[in-house]
Design a binder for this molecule. Sequence first.
Ligand code: ZN
Ligand code: ZN
Length: 126
Amino acid sequence: MKTCTIKGCDKKHIAKGLCFMHYMRLKRRGITEGTRPYPYKDGLTTIQRSRKRLIDYMGGKCSKCGYSGPALQIDHIKENGNMHRKELKDNRSKLYNAVKNNPENFQLLCANCNAEKYYSYLKFRR
Ligand SMILES: [Zn+2]
Ligand SMILES: [Zn+2]
């Protein structure tokens, strides 16, 4: 039996070297890759990817010290956004849209600068 040519797929061949599922995918979207819940080749999950995309979108480095690396965090500039932040934390695409619509409300901070900001905020309140 001829099978699908996609690596890791041994379903029955239908057309163009592909199984029905992959052929339909190619026809519909022009690609044979699907959205997968497990990590991609680069080891990132879908959530990590959308986070990385967001960070890239925001410039990819800390707005205070210029650090660019895995310890970057998306920071709400306005501290009164606490409720909003809680809500956004549960929904990545919501956060992505919020950043896109109001980029002035967000900044990238590395873990270090974020902690510094947090402590100066506490001092300020005391
Ligand atoms: Zn296939
Ligand atoms: Zn920093």
